[in-house]
Design a protein around this ligand. Structure first.
Ligand SMILES: *Cc1c(COP(=O)(O)O)cnc(C)c1O
Length: 394
């Protein structure tokens, strides 16, 4: 049977060059980068070279790069630390209703501490409006977080406009760029951000490593204590193999980006067009333009997302659904709900995220196989029956 991995937005396989570099470090360089003897010194040097590579990939200064344990951790250090450090200046924070839970839940924690948070709404394709953002600004706004690109529907946000406004008003701006780095250009000087989060395992690097970019001169409050590593924001002996792995992965991802993203965009559009043309009552979630090159998200109406996923899996297609499986619950995705989808439509959603291994042949296979799957599931769906009879749908 075929085995097609269509969940690159969840994680990516580790590329060979990364594995090789990591194994070499694990085997040959066990020293602690903080040791000043002959075992530690070369490790420190490797780590600083890795930092330079990461900095270059997002047009930052190496001193602005902090290695952390994940994208989630980078988001938390930026948001909790940035807001708490500036509490005296104001109490109001702004984010969007479609952020990753790493961001949303950090803001929820800040609300419990007494901060006021505005969650910006999005339009039908999942994009915030700059006008809404301007209207939400207050004299006591101290911190803003808007994701660069959405992990579920691939929508690219107007972060450059938001960043420019924040800079002018001296408000701290954080962006979660976990999905965008290596897919679309990410330049911290153009985005005008003070903080940016990225993650190794979304760009063919290892899991359990992230980067927090923190602009020079910006201050934040640490969440952890115990050592001087990573500007005291992520104390603890560095995970050197993961750091090297991430640096190799990000360098290659950025070098190959233009070509690979052009290839993926074509496959993405072919897949979207094929599914919409082949299966009736199907809609695209997220925009046609201004969308991540590897993201496809469609709702096949009147079908349960979970059933759809399982049937796809049986046919060798590993995808993801819009019913948040993060908590094991079957609540429809907060992103799709914020975009105004009904429960039924949100439940029938399917995210297919493409990657380096995806071929045109895979796309043809998916388009071919999805139609009979949808037909079979609909034949068993009471909602589909109601729809066909023109009866109201709960
Ligand atoms: C995956 C992801 C994260 C979390 O990154 P981890 O390294 O898995 O913690 C955060 N934000 C977005 C948008 C993501 O896609």
């Amino acid at each position: 049977m075929r085995s097609i991995y269509l969940d690159h937005a969840a994680t990516t396989p580790v590329r060979e060059e990364v594995i090789e570099a990591m194994v070499k470090v694990l085997r040959e360089n066990f020293g602690n980068p903080s040791s000043i003897h002959q075992f530690g010194r070369p490790v420190r040097k490797m780590m600083e070279e890795a930092r330079e590579k990461v900095a270059k990939a997002i047009n930052a200064d190496p001193r602005e790069i902090i290695f952390v344990g994940s994208g989630t951790e980078a988001d938390n250090i930026a948001i909790l630390g940035g807001a708490r450090a500036n509490k005296k200046k104001g109490n109001h924070l702004i984010t969007t209703s479609v952020e990753h839970h790493a961001v949303l839940d950090a803001f929820k924690a800040l609300e419990k501490e007494g901060f006021e948070v505005t969650y910006l709404p999005v339009d039908e394709v999942g994009r915030i409006s700059v006008e809404d953002f301007k209207n939400a600004l207050r004299d006591d706004t101290i911190f803003v977080s808007v994701m660069h690109a959405n992990n579920e529907v691939g929508t690219i946000m107007p972060v450059e406009e938001i960043g420019a406004i924040c800079r002018e008003k001296k408000i701290l701006f954080h962006t979660d760029a976990v999905q965008s780095v290596g897919k679309i250009p990410v330049d911290v000087t153009k985005i005008n951000c003070d903080f940016l989060a990225l993650s190794g395992h979304k760009l063919y690097g290892p899991k359990g490593i992230g980067v927090l970019y923190m602009r020079r001169g910006v201050r934040t409050q640490p969440l952890y204590f115990g050592g001087g590593q990573e500007r005291k924001l992520r104390p603890g002996t560095e995970n050197i193999a993961n750091i090297i792995g991430l640096s190799v992965a990000i360098e290659l991802a950025v070098a190959e980006m233009e070509q690979e993203s052009a290839r993926l965009s074509k496959l993405r559009d072919k897949l979207i067009d094929g599914v919409l043309a082949n299966i009736e009552e199907t809609r695209l979630n997220g925009p046609r333009e201004g969308r991540l090159p590897h993201n496809v998200n469609v709702s096949i109406e009147y079908i349960e997302g979970e059933a759809l996923l399982l049937t796809c899996d049986m046919k060798g297609m590993a995808a993801s659904s819009g019913s948040a499986c993060t908590s094991g619950s079957l609540d429809p995705s907060h992103v799709l709900m914020a975009m105004g989808l009904t429960h039924t439509t949100a439940h029938g959603s399917l995210r297919l995220s493409l990657g380096k291994s995806t071929t045109e042949d895979d796309i043809d296979y998916i388009i071919r196989e999805l139609q009979p799957i949808a037909e079979r599931l609909r034949a068993m769906s009471p909602v589909w029956e109601r729809f066909q009879k023109g009866l109201p749908i709960a």
